[in-house]
Design a binder for this molecule. Structure first.
Ligand code: ATP
Length: 235
């Protein structure tokens, strides 16, 4: 396995006009790791995901498998199998579950049917609903579809933006179970989450963002006992 980190973020800064959303952010994700980026509302998690995905201008450096994000396109990053950023809002409501899934592999059609099988094995609920319009799915099913569509691109690096948001506990268990299976595959995962419990359960290491910068970093065991995480979980 190469020594180049899958994601190397150095001295990252992002501003919206006069608002500084991120500053002095350093994050590294190595191949095969599952890394959590956590923090309260407004900490900068969405900005971080959007910037790493190539949607925002930035200062500093973001390299995905050694390639500077500002010097390539989001489409090329996806085409190279580097990552797919799931986003529930991007589902096509009037298309079926299966059509949405197949769209996930439009830049990488090799092995599409096999991957569809794997996604259906991971989420049997989606197979039961394969002909249903995506817009009629429940919130939890839409989240499964979004995750499944991400997997259809056969990513090496999967970025999940708030996978647990707004989900009922029973659906959260399904997503959690699927994520355990995904992290056992040869996929590098970054989970950006406000739900600390969820992130602690899945991540090998975590970065705690607060007010746009990394406040702490460590393993779930190391971070669990810190005052900040305790207050956050209690709050
Ligand atoms: P949440 O969990 O509530 O979604 P977050 O951690 O994802 O929060 P961001 O959405 O990245 O945080 O926001 C970080 C900061 O940047 C906040 O202070 C926010 O108000 C600001 N911000 C985000 N988007 C914009 C924008 N388009 N214009 C101006 N300020 C913005």
């Amino acid at each position: 396995m190469s020594d180049t980190p899958v994601l190397a973020v150095e001295d990252l800064g992002v501003t919206y006009g006069k608002v500084t959303a991120l500053h002095d952010v350093d994050v590294e994700v190595d191949a095969g790791e599952t890394v959590g980026v956590i923090g309260p509302n407004g900490a900068g998690k969405s900005t971080f995901v959007d910037t790493v995905s190539g949607f925002l201008e930035y200062e500093g450096s973001i390299r995905v498998n050694g390639v500077e994000v500002a010097e390539t396109s989001t489409q090329d990053l996806i085409r190279d199998g580097l990552f797919y950023c799931t986003e529930r809002r991007d589902l096509f409501d009037y298309m079926s579950v299966e059509q949405n899934l197949r769209l996930g592999s439009y830049l990488n059609e090799d092995g599409e049917d096999e991957r569809l099988r794997e996604v259906f094995d991971l989420f049997p609920r989606l197979e039961e609903r394969r002909d249903q319009e995506a817009g009629t799915l429940s919130g939890g099913e839409a989240q499964m579809l979004s995750l499944g569509r991400g997997l259809m691109s056969d990513p090496e690096f999967l970025i999940l933006d708030e996978p647990s948001i707004g989900l009922a506990p029973v659906i959260l268990e399904d997503i959690s179970e699927a994520l355990h299976q995904i992290t056992e595959l040869d996929v590098t995962v970054m989970i950006c989450e406000q739900n600390i419990t969820f992130a602690l359960e899945h991540a090998d290491r975590l970065y705690l963002l607060e007010n746009g910068t990394v406040r702490q970093t460590g393993t779930p065991e190391g971070l669990q006992s810190t005052e900040f995480v305790e207050s956050f979980m209690g709050g």
